[in-house]
Write a protein that binds this ligand. Structure first.
Ligand code: HEC
Length: 155
């Protein structure tokens, strides 16, 4: 491999590592988070699970499905991962609008892709949202949709 190609390869893997890191950081804090980062961000990002809202049984099924696919966790770790997922992405879990990825804004709040992208863009250069009304400042957002979902938003 030429030196330039080698440097490109290194830069590429660093870029991937940074993205993973950002996804890990953006996950809600709390018991089990470190374990979820270790067990669940190995093959894919957080999007596949952050966009869902499941019961404890369904999370348990999902985690065992991932273990069949190669995820590594013992029974105690599975219990802790399922508890974390149920608490943060369970049937009644709210959406942390300052850190939620596009898929969570879209699937859980029902924003369109364009609205979800507008939220992400707005978040980049504005202070954190403090309450639901702050989302009304996002260009192109549907105010009625935001108000209808306001009890699902967390800050
Ligand atoms: C060994 C690799 C691997 C690991 C580790 C892994 N997954 Fe997956 N995951 C996959 C693959 C492959 C798919 C795509 C499967 C598909 O959609 O057919 C997937 C898809 C998903 C999906 C979306 C599809 C669905 O069934 O809803 C969810 C949710 C998910 N993973 C959650 C998790 C969770 C939670 C963990 C940690 C316990 C985890 N994954 C760890 C390989 C992995």
């Amino acid at each position: 491999m030429t030196k330039a190609l080698f440097l490109l390869a290194v830069a590429g893997s660093l870029a991937v590592a940074l993205t993973d890191d950002d996804e890990a950081k953006a996950l809600p804090a709390g018991a089990g988070k470190e374990l979820v980062v270790k067990v669940c961000l190995d093959c894919h990002g957080a999007g596949p699970f952050r966009g869902q809202r499941l019961s404890p049984d369904d999370w348990s099924d999902k985690v065992y499905d991932m273990i069949d696919r190669g995820a590594k966790a013992n029974d105690d770790e599975v219990a802790a991962v399922v508890a974390y997922l149920t608490k943060n992405f369970g049937k009644d879990s709210k959406v942390l609008v300052n850190t939620a990825p596009l898929v969570e804004l879209k699937s859980v709040l029902g924003f369109t892709v364009a609205e979800s992208e507008a939220v992400l863009a707005y978040r980049k250069d504005h202070p954190a949202f403090q309450e639901w009304r702050d989302l009304l400042k996002v260009p192109g957002i549907d105010a009625g949709k935001v108000e209808a979902k306001k009890d699902l938003l967390a800050f």
